[in-house]
Design a protein around this ligand. Structure first.
Ligand code: AP5
Ligand code: MG
Length: 215
């Protein structure tokens, strides 16, 4: 199955993707995570990504496409994947459709996770992620076992772009450039809207229900 987890910043795409990996037995491909890893490596490409990410702007399509395609062609993604944070623009969606078609695949379902702006900000400013394993926590809603450490003992860090000011910019980018993707996929009749407010389990159950019957 090829599944897009769609939604604004803080909707819970990464959180739900981490849960769906085991349920669907396909990997998560998060362009945001791939870019943060590149940035951490200190490469020239990583520095280019940082120019945009730190300001809450989308990284230009041409820089994203190769990164995405290299990941898609890894062995574990040959039978399907959970796309988290990709596509982010209509040209990226058109490119994804083409890249999948070349591999006799298609986007089977787009799960659109819906939350309001105040909830997004509350979630993002209190998010912490594990530097070692990538596990996502929220200081109140999904607290880590210890204040500064993950269950794997990795150090918990706050993302550089997780300030209210940058989240508002990311949301503007989402409304302008990313939200139109829904219409692109509505024409293909693959969009399922899911209420993103509730416990983590409740949202996972809603997603499972939304994709039930999609093979
Ligand atoms: P990216 O990393 O994709 O960030 P984003 O889309 O802004 O989304 P987030 O990761 O902030 O939120 P999420 O939906 O994953 O929520 P999460 O599960 O963590 O992109 C970052 C940047 O990279 C972009 O701004 C851009 O510059 C660049 N980029 C990436 N991909 C790109 C592309 N394709 N093209 C161009 N540029 C690209 O949850 C958030 C918090 O809420 C957590 O603390 C979590 O514990 C909590 N939470 C989750 N679910 C619940 C719940 N049900 N109830 C309460 N709390 C919850
Ligand atoms: Mg994420």
């Amino acid at each position: 199955m090829d599944l897009i987890l769609f939604g604004p910043p803080g909707a819970g795409k990464g959180t739900q993707a981490q849960r769906l990996i085991d349920i669907l037995e396909i990997p998560q491909i998060s362009t945001g995570d791939l870019m943060r890893a590149e940035r951490k490596s200190g490469s020239a490409l990583g520095k280019e990504f940082d120019e945009f990410m730190s300001k809450g702007l989308l990284v230009p399509d041409e820089l994203v496409l190769r990164l995405f395609q290299q990941r898609l062609d890894q062995e574990d993604a040959k039978k399907g994947a959970i796309f988290d944070g990709y596509p982010r623009t209509v040209p990226q969606a058109e490119s994804l459709d083409g890249v999948l078609a070349e591999r006799d695949r298609k986007v089977d379902v787009v799960v659109s996770i819906e939350v309001g702006l105040d909830e997004m900000i509350e979630r993002i400013v209190h998010r912490r992620s594990c530097e070692a394993c990538g596990q996502i926590y929220h200081l109140r809603y999904n607290p880590p076992p210890r204040a500064d450490a993950c269950s794997c003992d990795g150090k918990l860090v706050q993302r550089k772009d997780d300030t209210e000011e940058v989240v508002r910019k990311r949301y503007d980018e989402y409304l302008q450039k990313t939200a139109p993707i829904v219409d692109h996929y509505k024409k293909k009749d693959v969009v399922k809207a899911v209420d993103g407010v509730g416990t983590l389990d409740e949202v996972t159950d809603r997603i499972k229900q939304a994709i039930g019957g999609v093979s």
